[in-house]
Design a protein around this ligand. Structure first.
Ligand code: SAH
Length: 204
């Protein structure tokens, strides 16, 4: 996974590679999928949701330019895999998921691995986590029609946000950089994510 899918595609950041090498991805997928956990594709994680392809997790993580001291907000805990990767590279991860069953499963894996710097909650993540804002980095791991306004408000200055934005079939992976009150937007890649459902996402 590391050599072919990440280094082979130009990911050379030692911190990100080390995190991806350390976190046991097979613990985050369903038992029946464990043999495929390190494949170059997304995988089903139950409740109609998916865990992203390893390369996309690495790309989104890299775009956040983490320093080791960041407080990160993740929207869409899913399996918990991406939160686990982020937790190796920052001070604390705040992750929000709307589906109860996914959060409880992810929490068990975090405990088993003793990843104690991840806190999770069940909620509509499109409104962010106001009581813990601002966040140095925000990552949205589901695709929406636009970047939710509350998330831009809860982004620290300087701060970076990554999110798939577009239609329900295909999205642009967008990076927003906030610096001295100014937001700069760039597109990293075309991607395909499951729907971000909520007040500032797609309707349920
Ligand atoms: N980061 C995850 C990928 C999850 S897939 C991983 O590493 O496995 C996207 C997740 O976003 C799904 O679990 C879905 O239920 C969740 N989601 C969709 N809309 C949401 C919302 N408004 N708030 C929180 N989570 C949401």
């Amino acid at each position: 996974m590391i050599e072919e899918q990440l280094v082979g595609r130009g990911i050379t950041d030692q911190g990100v590679l080390e995190a991806m090498r350390t976190v046991p991805r097979h613990l985050f997928v369903e038992d029946a999928m464990q043999a495929h956990a390190y494949g170059d594709f997304p995988l089903p994680i139950g409740s109609g949701q998916t865990i992203s392809q390893p390369y996309i997790v690495a790309l989104m993580t890299l775009a956040l330019h983490l320093t080791g001291k960041d407080r990160i907000l993740e929207i869409g805990t899913g399996s918990g895999y991406h939160a686990a990767i982020l937790s190796r590279l920052c001070q604390k991860v705040y992750t929000v998921e709307r589906i109860d069953g996914l959060v409880s499963r992810a929490r068990k894996v975090f405990d088993k691995l003793r990843y104690y710097n991840i806190v999770s909650r069940i909620d509509d993540g499109t409104v962010g986590w106001p009581s813990e804002a601002p966040f140095d980095a925000i990552v949205v791991t589901a695709g929406g029609p636009r970047i939710p306004e509350p998330l831009l408000d809860q982004l620290a200055d300087p701060g970076r946000l990554v999110m798939p934005v577009g239609g329900q079939l295909v999205q642009d992976l967008q990076l927003v950089e906030k610096r001295e009150g100014i937001l700069t937007l760039s597109t990293l890649e075309q991607v395909r994510f499951v729907d971000l459902i909520g007040a500032h996402g797609w309707p349920n």
